[in-house]
Design a protein around this ligand. Structure first.
Ligand code: MF3
Ligand code: CO
Length: 250
């Protein structure tokens, strides 16, 4: 069952989203060649606690970190590591904030120093694909309108869409119905109703859409070792259109 949120509940989720978004802004300035993803993880945990929030991913199904940090061909769920980021890498930082029991979830891919055109184009298109999906998040449309808009845009630009990981409803739980795939037909999934809150989080690959999960049980990589990027927002459906609860850069 999809739990619809009241206006007041959406406002509380917006506060969680604002904290998450402010933290993402702070991260952007930290990400430089030489920093490690463990250091970014520490920073995020401290930032959230200092501002009255908690990192919801710690303890989730045994996961031990505030963030997922996915470098280059890691698609998602990369575990923070003591390895230094290098000039030319791309890294996706994904985390969930809990503020007074309400959650928000957002991922952003960042360049490390100067990156080449191939990586830059991937980042730009992936971010744009997220916003193509958000545009379709209106009352009366289906989840399929979002999925199809994202897939169509990504494929037009020559990228593939990851199928094994999808967006999800969110509220007091990290993962609630509905499921939000980023590919497939317009007719799929439930009709969008005022009060639905869910994530849209497309992962685009330069190569094929195939991914595998490493022996650590988390790290998902592209099978062909090609680059992958991801952008994710938590959005609320209202009669006036979608509200991006984790808005930071637009
Ligand atoms: N933030 C992720 C999502 O988009 C969840 C990460 S899994 C975790 O759904 F174990 F790291 F929390
Ligand atoms: Co996320």
């Amino acid at each position: 069952m999809i739990v619809l949120k009241t206006k007041e509940e959406i406002e509380m989720m917006r506060e969680a989203g604002r904290l998450l978004s402010d933290c993402h802004r702070a991260i952007r300035n930290l990400i430089k060649p030489g920093i490690t993803t463990i250091e970014i993880d520490d920073f995020v945990e401290q930032y959230l606690r200092k501002h009255g929030g908690t990192p919801e991913q710690i303890g989730y199904q045994g996961y031990q970190h505030a963030i997922c940090a996915s470098v280059n061909d890691v698609v998602c769920h990369g575990i923070p590591s003591p390895e230094k980021l290098k000039e030319g890498d791309i890294v996706t930082i994904d985390f969930v904030v809990n503020l007074e029991g309400w959650l928000a979830d957002s991922a952003w891919s960042y360049p490390v120093g100067k990156i080449d055109k191939k990586a830059m184009d991937l980042l730009k298109t992936t971010e744009e694909a997220l916003y193509k999906g958000i545009e379709q998040a209106k009352v009366g449309n289906r989840i399929g309108h979002i999925a199809n808009a994202i897939e169509t845009y990504a494929e037009e630009k020559g990228y593939s869409i990851v199928r094994d990981f999808i967006g999800h409803g969110i509220g007091r739980q990290m993962h609630e119905p509905p499921m939000v795939p980023h590919y497939g037909p317009i007719e799929q999934g439930p009709e969008l109703k005022e009060g639905m809150v869910f994530t849209i989080e497309p992962m685009l690959n330069c190569g094929s859409h195939f991914v595998y999960v490493e022996k650590d049980g988390w790290t998902a990589r592209t099978v062909d070792e090609e680059l992958s990027a991801q952008y994710e927002h938590t959005i609320a459906i209202t009669k006036k259109g979608p509200i991006i609860l984790t808005n930071q850069y637009r």
